[in-house]
Design a protein around this ligand. Structure first.
Ligand SMILES: [Zn+2]
Length: 386
C-alpha cells in the first residue's frame, strides 16, 4: 500500500522543509515537494509537522511481573500516544531479564502485540547485582543493550569487564549512576583505559554534563541521555531516581542539550501504583507526555525541532546501530504527526498508562501528538479528522 502524507512540515535531524512524504510497505519511499503518482491513501496534514517517530533508550514496562503497575501492552499504548515507535525496556522485571530465553520471550510478545518495536535490555549482572556477570555472549545474540538500571555498578572490575565485553560483542552498556558524579567519573576513566560502548543514563547534574563535555572534547566516545523531568522539574521532592535537582542544574542540562553534550532524550518512564509511591518508590509515569514536555522546553529555550528530532530519533537509532530516525528513502515508515504549537495541560485522570504517578498534574506543556505510525501502520490516532 502506498500512502502519501502531504502538506506537511517535514522535520528531521537534517532540517525542515515543506512538502510530502510517501511510504510503501512499511518503508519511506521518498520525501519531495509534491508527488503526482497514484497512491492508495492520501493524508492531508494541513501544515502539521511530520517527524520520524521517537525512540526511547530507557523505559520500564514492568513486564513480566508487575501488571498492577504496567504491562507491555499498556506501556506501549501510552508510548504510542507519546509518539514513540521503539522502546528499550529495562531489565528490572520479575523475573529479572537476565537470560536469552526471557529476553526472547519479551521480543516475541512485542511482535504479537504489534504496537511498538521493542529492544528488551538484558541485565548485566545476576539479580542486577555487580557480583556475577550474566552470559554476555549469549545475551548479545538477543539484544543490543545490557544494563543493571535501577542499581549502580560499584565494582570497578565488574564495570571494566562489562565495557570490554561491549567492545567484543557490540552491545551498548546503559548505566545508572548513584552517586552520579563519582560513578560517571569512574566510568569515564574506565572507558579511557578499555574503550567500549558506554551510554550514561539519565544525567541530572550540571557537573555531570560538564564532565561528559570534557570527556568528549578529549576524544572519548560515549553518549548520554536526559529525561523530560530533569529538564522540566526542579526543587521538587517528588521521588524519582536520580532526584529532581536545583534550577541551575536543569538550566545546565538545557545548555548541554543545546551544545550537543547530551545526545539523547530518554523518558525513564517508571510506572508505579499509588500504594508503591506512598511506600516511597522512585519513578514517574511520563512516556505519553514526554514529547509535549520536550516541545515546551525546546520552544522556551529557542532550540529547534530539528534538534529534538536528532535527540529523540536519530541519535538513539544510531546508538542502537539501526537505520532509523530520518525522513529519507529506505528508512522505516515509523512516523509521528504532531501539532507542535498549542497549549496542553497534564491531567492524571486522562492518562492511559496503567499508572499515573506524576508530579506534573495541572502543568502546562506544549503541542500534541496527533498520530503515530509504526512500520507504515497507524497505531495511534488521536481521532481528530485528518
Ligand atoms: Zn536508572
Amino acid at each position: 500500500m502506498i500512502v502519501l502524507y502531504e502538506n506537511a512540515r517535514l522535520i528531521d535531524a537534517s532540517g525542515e522543509r515543506f512538502g510530502a512524504l510517501c511510504t510503501e510497505g512499511g518503508v519511506i519511499r521518498a520525501a519531495e515537494e509534491a508527488f503526482d503518482f497514484a497512491c492508495d491513501v492520501r493524508v492531508n496534514l494541513e501544515g502539521r509537522a511530520l517527524m520520524p517517530a521517537f525512540i526511547d533508550l530507557h523505559c520500564h514496562l514492568r513486564d513480566p511481573g508487575y501488571p498492577n503497575k504496567e504491562t507491555m501492552e499498556t506501556g506501549m499504548r501510552a508510548a504510542l500516544r507519546g509518539g514513540y515507535a521503539m522502546l528499550c525496556a529495562m531489565a528490572n522485571t520479575n523475573p529479572v531479564c537476565s537470560t536469552p530465553e526471557l529476553v526472547r520471550a519479551n521480543h516475541q510478545k512485542a511482535e504479537k502485540l504489534r504496537l511498538c518495536r521493542l529492544m528488551q535490555s538484558a541485565a548485566a549482572g545476576e539479580n542486577l547485582e555487580d557480583e556475577m556477570s550474566t552470559d554476555y555472549a549469549a545475551l548479545s545474540g538477543e539484544t543490543g543493550m545490557l544494563s543493571n538500571d535501577g542499581k549502580t555498578i560499584f565494582s570497578d572490575d565488574f564495570m571494566r569487564n562489562l565495557l570490554l565485553a561491549s567492545k567484543k560483542y557490540g552491545f551498548l552498556v546503559s548505566t545508572h549512576c548513584r552517586p552520579e558524579r563519582k560513578i560517571v567519573a569512574r566510568d569515564i576513566e574506565l572507558l579511557r583505559q578499555t574503550g567500549g560502548n558506554l551510554h550514561v543514563g539519565h544525567i541530572s547534574r550540571a557537573q555531570t554534563a560538564q564532565m561528559i563535555r570534557a570527556a568528549k572534547k578529549e576524544g572519548l566516545r560515549l553518549t548520554c541521555e536526559v529525561t523530560p523531568h530533569h529538564l522540566f522539574g526542579y526543587d521538587d521532592p517528588y521521588r524519582v531516581n536520580p532526584p529532581l535537582r536545583a534550577r541551575a542544574d536543569a538550566e545546565a542540562l538545557v545548555e548541554a542539550v543545546r551544545d550537543g553534550t547530551v545526545d539523547c532524550l530518554s523518558t525513564d518512564h517508571a510506572p508505579h501504583t499509588e500504594a508503591d509511591k506512598a511506600a516511597g518508590m522512585a519513578g514517574i509515569s511520563n512516556i505519553e507526555h514526554a514529547a509535549q514536555i520536550f516541545m515546551k522546553v525546546f520552544y522556551e529555550n529557542d532550540i529547534p525541532l530539528t534538534r529534538l528530532s536528532e535527540m529523540a530519533s536519530l541519535n538513539p537509532a544510531r546508538r542502537l546501530g539501526r537505520k532509523a530516525g530520518l525522513l529519507a528513502p529506505g528508512y522505516p515508515a515509523d512516523l509521528v504527526i504532531l501539532e507542535p504549537e498549542g497549549a496542553f495541560t497534564i491531567r492524571r485522570a486522562d492518562m492511559i498508562s496503567r499508572s499515573a504517578n506524576t508530579p506534573f498534574e495541572g502543568r502546562a506543556v506544549r503541542g500534541r501528538v496527533v498520530r503515530t505510525v509504526v512500520e507504515g501502520e497507524t497505531r495511534y490516532d488521536h481521532g481528530q479528522a485528518l
